[in-house]
Design a binder for this molecule. Structure first.
Ligand SMILES: [Zn+2]
Ligand SMILES: [Zn+2]
Length: 254
């Protein structure tokens, strides 16, 4: 079985630095099947059903899985006639409103790149408890509004910058978080780009029976379709390919 890397971006439709042809070429090299999932949401180019339909039409010309990555918290409802053109919908959190204030994850991303070593999310997040509750409430609200298949880079959240995730992310949050995913049939993405989830969450997810998905979150040809971290985590926690999100149609060119 070839892995399905569900999470990739193009320059044509969002913030990738690669064409779809380059993504397909790299997928061949890495021996994986590939899905495209450009950013959609009120702050993105793909901010309407009409544009999503154009994107789906574009993807239809290629041997790829057709996905999208909706910006949770700045989402819009995808109409059934649009949704049916896609194989799946990822939802990811890229910023959050906490106590009425929008918290952007831009600084967190700079920190993960090593560009902002002094980043302290506690200057913005007054209380971790309030933050984690707001995170769960956001997921519940989005999942009540429409069906999502995958939660992208699940722990790419500002508290990551505070230390070892096992010391920072509370166990009550982990348990409620996994219950929400299971209740809504949402797969937990193992992200190569963000190296998430961390060990304890992965272990709990396996025990709880959550589904997984693998994604490179590739924005450039160097990292696209590289699945080293997901493969390592699957091996470490005994996750077989049958627990991975997949699509039913064949996408390989004849
Ligand atoms: Zn994302
Ligand atoms: Zn992405």
């Amino acid at each position: 079985m070839k892995y399905l890397d569900c999470h990739n971006h193009t320059a044509e439709w969002s913030d990738g630095r690669q064409s779809i042809e380059q993504v397909i070429e790299k997928a061949k090299l890495e021996g994986v099947r590939v899905g495209l999932s450009d950013h959609a949401g009120l702050g993105d180019y793909l901010n309407s059903n009409d544009r999503l339909l154009a994107y789906a039409d574009f993807l239809t010309q290629y041997p790829v899985a057709r996905g999208l990555e909706m910006d949770l918290g700045r989402s819009f409802v995808v109409q059934p006639q649009t949704r049916e053109k896609f194989d799946y919908m990822i939802g990811s959190v890229h910023g959050m409103e906490v106590d009425g204030v929008r918290l952007s994850f831009t600084q967190l991303i700079s920190w993960t790149r090593g560009d902002l070593p002094t980043y302290n999310p506690l200057l913005q997040i007054k209380s971790l408890d309030v933050f984690f509750k707001a995170h769960l409430a956001l997921l519940e609200k989005e999942y009540a509004a429409q069906k999502f298949d995958i939660l992208g880079h699940p722990t790419m959240l500002p508290p990551l910058a505070l230390g070892k995730p096992e010391d920072i992310f509370p166990e009550w949050w982990e348990d409620q978080f996994l219950a929400i995913l299971i209740k809504n049939g949402v797969a937990l993405e193992i992200s190569n780009r963000w190296k998430t989830p961390y060990d304890r969450l992965m272990q709990k997810g396996v025990a709880a029976g959550v589904k997984f998905s693998v994604g490179s979150d590739g924005h450039d040809t160097a990292k696209t379709c590289v699945l080293d971290y997901p493969k390592e985590m699957m091996k470490k926690f005994g996750v077989g390919p049958e627990r991975l999100f997949d699509i039913t149609r064949s996408i390989e060119a004849a």
